[in-house]
Design a protein around this ligand. Structure first.
Ligand SMILES: [Zn+2]
Length: 258
């Protein structure tokens, strides 16, 4: 068992971020959708438990898990869902079984490449609309306005896989390829027919990335209604990433210190 109940490890920042992302008017998640995590100094992550709602989550709705043993599960081709379920089981409290979210592997896989403090996974209606469309794979490939480029950076698209081991393995593989190609962990990862993952070293940054992803999706949906998307194109945007002032503002907005 690599998961344990440890409400004393749940920070106010993590609780606040989770509540903010869970607000109904933001339309990022409903019911028990979505999960957040925070990486602690000793390599433990605190991640939302399965079945609890983000908007009303308290410290008892989170579980502490060790990153390394779960990475081993992800990398073990013989590992099965049963083993994963056992690893995520944190035991019982007040007669209730507590288990880390089945999507914990997403949070673990990000930390295989970067010590990002916060990871926030949500299912925003506007973004999932695009990710469930025929435009899913290419919808975020090119920026359509410069502010989204600044906050979202170069995003990564990962096609649909069943949450659990299947998604965890694909996520680890595709994220590894992205890091190799671009030399950085993406701020935004798009999961086909599923949702988004925001990666940041600050809670405000994770929130900013999530909200900008929603705005970007709405802009695209509007452009599609107006006849089609005219993106900025790589020749226009490529040099942005080389500009120190752009990188500085991007770091400030997204809470990225890497
Ligand atoms: Zn999800």
């Amino acid at each position: 068992m690599t998961a344990r109940i440890a409400p004393e490890l749940v920070s106010d920042e993590l609780l606040s971020l989770t509540e903010r992302l869970g607000r109904a008017d933001r339309d990022l998640v409903i019911l028990a959708e979505g999960n957040t995590s925070e990486l602690l100094a000793d390599g433990t992550i605190v991640v939302k438990a399965s079945g609890s709602s983000m908007v009303s989550a308290t410290a008892s709705d989170f579980v502490a898990v060790e990153v390394e043993p779960l990475l081993e599960v992800l990398r073990d081709p013989d590992a099965d869902q049963e083993r994963l379920t056992a690893e995520l089981d944190a035991g019982e409290t007040n007669g209730r079984r507590v288990r880390a979210s089945i999507e914990t592997l997403i949070h673990v896989a990000v930390r295989a490449f970067a010590p990002a403090r916060y990871v926030a996974h949500t299912h925003p209606t506007a973004v999932v609309s695009l990710l469930a469309s025929i435009h899913a794979e290419t919808s975020f490939a090119d920026a359509v306005y410069s502010d989204e480029l600044m906050v979202l950076g170069r995003s990564l698209y990962i096609p649909y896989a069943q949450p659990g081991l299947e998604l965890g393995r694909l996520f680890l593989e595709r994220l590894g390829q992205h890091v190799e190609q671009h030399g950085e962990t993406p701020s935004l990862i798009l999961l086909g027919n599923h949702g988004i993952v925001a990666v940041s070293d600050s809670a405000d940054g994770a929130e900013a990335i999530s909200l900008m992803a929603v705005k970007s999706a709405r802009v695209r949906l509007g452009a599609l209604q107006a006849g089609g998307i005219a993106s900025l194109g790589a020749d226009v945007t490529a040099h942005y990433f080389d500009r120190p002032d752009f990188r500085e503002r991007r770091a400030a907005l997204t809470g990225t210190v890497r």
